[in-house]
Design a protein around this ligand. Structure first.
Ligand code: GRF
Length: 187
């Protein structure tokens, strides 16, 4: 059995889509969700489907030792960042080098890097007049949004799209493709 740990800080719709996709698999499972926010909705979503979710303190994320020990103890094969709003410290990246992936809500390298998350990305896409946006799944390195791209999928940006309507289109792509890309990587 390949074991996934998801890091999430917010709503957790991707974490839920991934967990549900693998719920009946005998080859891949979501072992746990790690968070930096105690009141994030992802905890409620995980509790409803019986997956352990734990909040680690800011100090634990910064020192990374406790996080790496926990992941090692859980024998995690792949770390999936799904709306994780904190820096991944170098000790975690080196311990799990090539085994950490992130999803970004634009077609990188467009609209990536520091400060480009959530609504900020969709606003930038619309104000740039881009006719297409999409999702990028990539390996995590120390450079924010800079790791090797694994997969992209695109959607049209309509002239009347708002950050909210674009976010809906992007979430739909994320939920459709993220679990399948993870499955492909772990097979
Ligand atoms: C997603 O749009 C993802 O691309 C970005 O954060 C968002 C998380 O959404 N990294 P959710 O919490 O999974 O609903």
């Amino acid at each position: 059995m390949k074991r996934i740990a998801i890091f999430a800080s917010g709503d957790g719709s991707n974490a839920e889509a991934i967990a549900r996709y693998f719920a009946s698999s005998d080859k891949i499972c979501v072992k746990c969700v790690l968070s930096n926010r105690q009141n994030a909705r992802v905890h409620d979503r995980m509790s409803a489907i019986g997956i352990s979710s734990i909040t680690f303190s800011k100090a634990s994320w910064q020192s990374a030792t406790e996080i790496v020990e926990y992941l090692d103890q859980e024998q995690i094969d792949l770390i999936v960042l799904a709306g994780f709003m904190s820096k991944i410290e170098p000790p975690i990246i080196s311990a799990y080098n090539g085994r950490i992936i992130n999803i970004h809500p634009s077609l990188l390298p467009r609209h990536g890097g520091p400060g480009m998350w959530g609504r900020h990305v969709h606003e930038a896409v619309i104000s740039s007049g881009d006719s297409q946006s999409g999702i990028t799944i990539h390996y995590v390195t120390e450079e924010i949004d800079g790791g090797e791209i694994i997969f992209q999928a695109s959607c049209d940006v309509a002239s009347d799209d708002t950050p909210e309507t674009l976010a809906e289109k992007i979430h739909e792509l994320e939920h459709r493709y993220f679990p399948k890309v993870i499955e492909h990587l772990l097979q």
